[in-house]
Write a protein that binds this ligand. Structure first.
Ligand SMILES: NC(=O)c1ccc[n+]([C@@H]2O[C@H](COP(=O)([O-])OP(=O)(O)OC[C@H]3O[C@@H](n4cnc5c(N)ncnc54)[C@H](OP(=O)(O)O)[C@@H]3O)[C@@H](O)[C@H]2O)c1
Length: 254
């Protein structure tokens, strides 16, 4: 790496949920910043389109991993493949998730409950279990987990989603405490309202032009993974706070 190299040159970055929305924005920004992106999602065509987009931004060709993250053994195999290719993992951005519909707790179909727990919570445990040794092998492992205000502010009809995000936060805080002496830092990131498929599922009637474009969160993620002093994730960092701090003095979004 020389002085003119992009800042994340030589860094291996695993991004889940990379096929659309916030995960795709993270993969694009990390790829443009020089990271070797390992992109996970179930939609092969969207992964290929992401790879083309990263190349067009001057990044390296991504490693595409079409898989369902509820497959815990598949996550173990992914960890092994990353070890064989990179021998370390510098960056994890875990953006994959599902809303699972909004309904009263008593009306949640057990199959939906099982699916959302597997997708939003068990998957996080399996990722940490498989990837912690690889993050430890980095001189500055960074793990960003997308969470939601619903974790701290549960309300009617959001039961399954809110419960999984609250549990994700608890799990990540416990893990961060365990790896505190390693050069690993974990971050809980609350993106706020972003113009994505999940948001449209939650708020089908709203004016989407008023929502932040997920592309806007890319620079924040690149900044977070380079930050030296992140501190423990005692609370989630919020995209809206970051944007306010960066855009102080800029005109308000109409
Ligand atoms: N958008 C918001 O306003 C908002 C607000 C608060 C928090 N968040 C959080 O931010 C994160 C990203 O949300 P988003 O709005 O970008 O959602 P999104 O547009 O619905 O994208 C979700 C991503 O997760 C992947 N995914 C879902 N289930 C998967 C599975 N079983 N295996 C592998 N990949 C799976 C999807 O890819 P495939 O379908 O291709 O597999 C897709 O790439 C989520 O954790 C969400 O809870 C979002």
């Amino acid at each position: 790496m020389n002085d003119s190299s992009p800042p994340l040159t030589g860094r291996a970055a695993l991004v889940t949920g990379a096929t659309r929305g916030i995960g795709r924005a993270a993969a694009l920004a990390l790829g443009e910043a020089g990271a070797q992106v390992i992109a996970v999602g179930r939609t092969q065509g969207a992964l290929e389109e992401l790879d083309d987009a990263i190349l067009s931004l001057g990044g390296e060709r991504a490693t595409l991993v079409p898989m369902d993250l509820t497959d815990g053994d598949g996550i173990d195999q992914l960890g092994l493949a990353i070890f064989q290719r990179h021998a370390k993992l510098d960056i994890l951005v875990h953006a994959a998730g599902m809303l699972g519909g909004l309904r009263p707790v008593a009306h949640i179909p057990p199959t939906v409950w099982d699916r959302i727990l597997a997708t939003n919570l068990t998957c996080v445990f399996r990722l940490i279990r498989s990837l912690e040794p690889l993050l430890r092998a980095s001189d500055a492992g960074r793990a960003i987990f997308l969470t939601s205000a619903a974790a701290a502010h549960p309300r009617a009809f959001w039961g399954s989603y809110a419960a999984t995000k609250a549990a994700l936060e608890a799990l990540v805080r416990c893990w961060a405490d365990e790896v505190e002496t390693a050069p690993i830092r974990a971050v809980l990131l609350d993106p706020g309202a972003m113009r994505t498929k999940m948001r449209a599922e939650a708020y089908p009637g709203e004016d989407r032009d008023r929502l932040a474009d997920p592309v806007e969160i890319g620079p924040m993620i690149v900044e977070l993974v380079q930050a030296r002093d992140l501190g423990p994730p005692s609370r989630a960092v919020r995209f809206s706070d970051w944007r306010s701090a960066r855009c102080a003095g800029a005109p308000e979004r109409p």
